[in-house]
Design a protein around this ligand. Sequence first.
Ligand SMILES: Cc1ncc(C[n+]2csc(CCOP(=O)(O)OP(=O)(O)O)c2C)c(N)n1
Ligand SMILES: [Mg+2]
Length: 360
Amino acid sequence: MNISYEGSISFTQFINEQSEVVNPLPEWALVDKVLVHYYQQMVIARQFDNKAIALQRTGQLGTYASSAGCEAIDIVIASLMHKEDVLVPYYRNHAMQMVRGMKLSEILLYWGGDERGNSSPAQREDFPNCVPIATQCLHACGIASAIKIRNQQRATVSILGDGATSKGDFMEALNVAGVWQLPVVFIINNNQWAISVPRALQSIAPTLAQKALAAGIRGEQVDGNDVVALHQSVEQALQRAREGKGPTLIEAVSYRLSDHTTADDATRYRHPDALKMGWDKEPIKRLRNYLHGQGWWHESDETQWLQHSSALIQDAVDQYLDTPPQPVSSMFDYLYAELPLQLKKQREAAISRSEKEASS
Ligand SMILES: Cc1ncc(C[n+]2csc(CCOP(=O)(O)OP(=O)(O)O)c2C)c(N)n1
Ligand SMILES: [Mg+2]
C-alpha cells in the first residue's frame, strides 16, 4: 500500500499563558513599540465591550455579541491589514472595525438597531457585519476573485467562528479559494463554543485548520491569545495573498470569556472551571505581564491609558445616545429599487401613524 497524501498542522506560540517566551522572538517583538500598541488597542476593546454590555443591561442597546477573549485576534489582524485590503467580518469583530477606522459611536449605533451603523464611510470597501453563519466566507471569495481579475495586490480577510466551520459554505469557500488560488485569508476564531455547542461536539477532527488540507490549501493553528504568534502567521498569510501565492486558513485558538451574546446565559451550559481556565489564558493579562517584565509598561501607564480609553468610550456613548433615530420610513426605503404595492401602503400607514404620535 502506498500513501497518497500525508499532511500536518503546525501550532505557533511565542509567549505562553504564564507570559514566558517559549520560542525565539522575531525582531519586531524585541522592542516595545508594536507590542505596546497591541496592548493599548486590546484594552480599549475590552473597555468598550464592558460598556456595551452595561448599556444593553440598562436598556440602551440591543442584543450585543461580546468580543471578550478574542481581542488579540481582532487587533492583530486589523493592524496588519493594509487600508486597501478588504475585511469580510462576522458579528464579533467590533475591535477589527475600530482599528479599520470605524467610530465606536457607529459600532454602538449598529448594535442599537440603527443600520446607519452598518454603513460607515470609514468602512470603505469592507463588508458589513454578517450574521448568517459562514456565508461571509463565500462573499470573501467573490471579492477575492474580483481582486484577482483586476490584477490588484490586495488581500481579502474572512473571519468566522469554530461553529461556522461545520457549514457547507465554509468548505465550499475553501475549495473554490484553492482551485482559483484566490487572495484570501480565512481566520477561524476558535473560541471553543458555538452558543451552547462545545468544540468537542462540533467536529472530531483534532484541529479545525486541517480542513484546509482537504481543499489543498495552507492550514495552520496559532495561539489566538498570543499577539506575537498571531502577528507572524497573519502577516505571512496576508503577504502571500497579496503576492498571488494563494489562500491560507489560520485557526486561532482562543476562549469565549462572555456569554454568546447578551441574549444568552452561559451558566446554564458551561462549567465555571472551564471559564476560569479561559481567563487564565486570556490575551490582555498575558501581554500586560510580559510588558511589565520587560519594563515597557508601568502601573502609571496603565492608569493613564485606562483614563484615556474611558474618556474615548464615554464620548462615543454620548454621540450614540445623542443620535436622533431615523424616520420610520427608513425601514422600507433600502429594500427594493421599487417598493411593491403592499409595502408602499404599509410605508404610508407607518408614516401617518408616527406623525399622529408626534403631534399627540
Ligand atoms: C445560517 C445560520 N444558522 C444559524 C444561526 C444561529 N446562530 C447564531 S450564532 C451561532 C453559533 C456560531 O458559533 P461560532 O461559529 O463558533 O461563532 P461564535 O459566535 O462562537 O463566535 C448560530 C448557530 C445563524 N446566525 N445563521
Ligand atoms: Mg465559537
